[in-house]
Design a protein around this ligand. Structure first.
Ligand code: AGP
Length: 607
């Protein structure tokens, strides 16, 4: 999704802005641009394609200025071209960068066009530039102009604005789209996330919905939705700066796959003691809320949705209460029946996914309480939920979610224990699960040691166009996650079915050109799954099986990699690892852009 960077300093900011944009590349984009306050007024430069194209243009014709805004655009209204790239300007008076969607932009555009304002793009953002120019005919302060016009905007926005009459200030505002203020020493910044600014500061201020802020090099003035002066807390970035660097790894995705033993430990740290969960990790209000929970409604998107599907198995088996799981983009728009005592559980790496956030807002007043499992402190979902359990995975830069998923599962198991204590889960079972969780980092380490074998296996996929993933029980969502990983980074079509469904249709697809991946740990479903795999072999399908015991034998057309031992309850976490590595190596063989796959964004902050 779009990324914003802005700076106001007493030194030139062009390179700071460009570096900020590079650090936001992982979010996904198709054009980039900057606007700076220069001696000749506001000057801008925009390019389609990568930030490097913008950097090359600025290398040839640098822009000198100490205040500026910059943007990476992920096209929503209008094709990705230079005219639609941000910043947008109203004549030469002011420049705006925007993340979000202005839903009523067409009406506003018609009104402004009728008054003589000329549009040079197809974007919704350009209306903001002209609305501001019109407002500045009535009021003299840019801060007041921004505060006055945001009431006319329906939808979501994070804005950065500069205006030529006062080169020493940058005005920002947000509602529904992410934006942080980076607090520096004699300089201040804005960005879509903290990672973009770690080069210049590690102190951040988070704005509330409806806030407007004016930044100069020396101060930050914030007003709230009612126009009253507001104080917003400044907090320190919690992770080391190196968390946002690739280090020795070729791709962020590979680094993040390898970080999993460490981050699963971080997710457990301080939350378990002896053979018990420390329930206080959910916050002071959690105990009284959990006491009243009668069912759980899980809402999420993409990979986070897959984590929710696994949690459903856990909650219904170990807690013994109903658990529904649905993708946010459907749930938010249908008429939903919410039974009494519903815990509304959202799962999100970013905490900013527009559909998940909208679903929460839609039902917040009708549920017992909301809990978010999230990786980004200070994100909208964390701020707006009653309870939050952070996954502590550290920044995840690769668009393909990896360590976020396995730490979500870890956090969801802690949630299962907390709820289960009040229902079917006895102390003995809790102790067994805690012991399994403690062993997990080491077992994940052992699964990572299979990397070379998996890399070799990847060769069988690189030339294929279609694949099928199979699993049963909790391993079915794991297989779904494996298929999602493969399709998003290698662009190979990957279907996933619960293996018992094969004979109801998908078996018709199976032939020698469609490799079939199966996750087959030792559990109660293994015999059933083996029978399903026989159905595949009988139709000439080639099998690639991650198996937990010697009961799945390698033979012609069946390739088996044996997984490390692990407790059954933790199989979903462990069996995710080889599927992540497989998709990674297939993508590398295919030469795709592993960390920033085409058409995708890391954080989907618009609908
Ligand atoms: C998966 O690899 C993707 N990154 C995507 O499916 C992602 O999980 C989804 O967009 C939800 O994002 P969130 O966890 O930040 O809410």
């Amino acid at each position: 999704m779009c990324g914003i960077v802005g700076a106001v300093a007493s030194r030139p900011v062009q390179e700071i802005l460009l570096e900020g944009l590079r650090r936001l590349e992982y979010r996904g984009y198709d054009s980039a641009g900057v606007a700076l306050q220069t001696e000749k007024g506001i000057q801008r430069c925009r390019r389609t394609g990568k930030v490097q194209a913008l950097a090359d243009a600025l290398h040839d014709q640098p822009l000198q200025g100490k205040t500026g805004i910059a943007h990476t655009r992920w096209a929503t209204h209008g094709v990705p071209n230079e005219a639609n790239a941000h910043p947008h300007m109203s004549a030469d008076q002011l420049a705006v960068v925007h993340n979000g969607i202005i839903e009523n932009f067409e009406e506003l555009k018609q009104e402004l066009q009728a008054q003589g304002y000329e549009f040079s793009s197809d974007t919704d953002t350009e209306v903001i530039a002209h609305l501001l120019a019109r407002e500045l005919n009535k009021v003299s302060s840019l801060h007041t102009a921004v505060a006055n016009i945001i009431g006319q905007l329906e939808g979501a926005y994070a804005l950065g604005v500069i205006e030529k009459s006062d080169p020493s200030q940058l005005v920002t505002a947000r509602k529904g789209s992410p934006l942080v203020i980076g607090v520096g020493m004699g300089e201040n910044f804005i960005a879509s996330d903290q990672l973009a600014l770690l080069q210049v500061t590690d102190r951040f201020m988070f704005l509330e919905d409806g806030d407007v802020a004016t930044l100069t090099a020396e101060q930050i003035i914030v007003t709230d939705i009612n126009g009253a002066k507001a104080e917003r807390k400044v907090s320190q970035f919690e992770h080391g700066v190196s968390a946002a660097d690739k280090g020795e790894y070729k791709h962020f995705m590979l680094k993040e796959i390898y970080e999993q033993p460490e981050v699963i430990s971080a997710c457990l740290e301080g939350r378990i003691s002896g053979d018990k969960l420390l329930e206080q990790c959910f916050g002071a209000r959690a105990a009284s809320i959990f006491d009243q929970v009668k069912q759980v409604q899980i809402i999420a998107c993409g990979t986070s949705f897959h984590a929710g599907l696994i949690a459903k198995y856990w909650i219904e088996e170990l807690v013994g209460i109903p658990c529904m799981v649905e993708v946010a983009s459907e749930y938010r728009y249908r008429t939903v029946v919410i039974p009494q005592g519903t815990l509304f559980l959202t799962i999100s790496q970013s905490g900013e996914t527009a559909d998940t956030l909208a679903a929460l807002r839609e039902v917040q007043s009708r549920v017992l309480a909301s809990l978010v499992i999230c990786n980004v402190p200070g994100s909208s979902l964390v701020r707006e939920s009653d309870l939050a359990l952070m996954t502590n995975a550290g920044p995840e830069i690769g668009v393909a979610s990896t360590k976020a998923f396995t730490t979500q599962l870890t956090a969801l198991m802690l949630t299962t224990i907390a709820l289960g204590r009040r229902h079917n889960l006895d102390a003995q079972t809790e102790a067994t699960i805690i012991s399994a969780l403690r062993k997990l980092p080491q077992q994940v380490e052992q699964a990572l040691a299979m990397d070379a074998d998996i890399e070799q296996m990847a060769g069988a996929f690189a030339e294929k166009h279609h694949t099928l993933f199979l699993g049963r029980g909790t391993l079915y969502p794991v297989a779904k996650e494996g298929a999602l990983k493969l399709k998003e980074i290698s662009y190979i079509h990957a279907e996933c079915y619960p293996a018992g469904e094969l004979k109801h249709g998908p078996l018709a697809l199976v032939d020698k050109d469609m490799p079939v991946v199966a996750v087959a740990p030792q559990n109660d479903m293994l015999d059933k799954l083996k029978a399903n795999l026989q159905e595949v072999r009988a139709r000439g399908g080639e099998l690639f099986v991650f198996a937990g015991s010697d009961r799945v034998q390698a033979e012609e057309g069946t390739y088996v990699l044996t997984m490390p031992e692990c407790e059954e309850i933790m199989q979903p976490v462990l069996y995710t690892i080889p599927l992540q590595l497989l998709s990674y190596h297939v993508a590398v063989l295919k030469g795709t852009d592993v960390d920033q796959p085409r058409n995708l964004a890391k954080s989907v902050t618009v609908e």
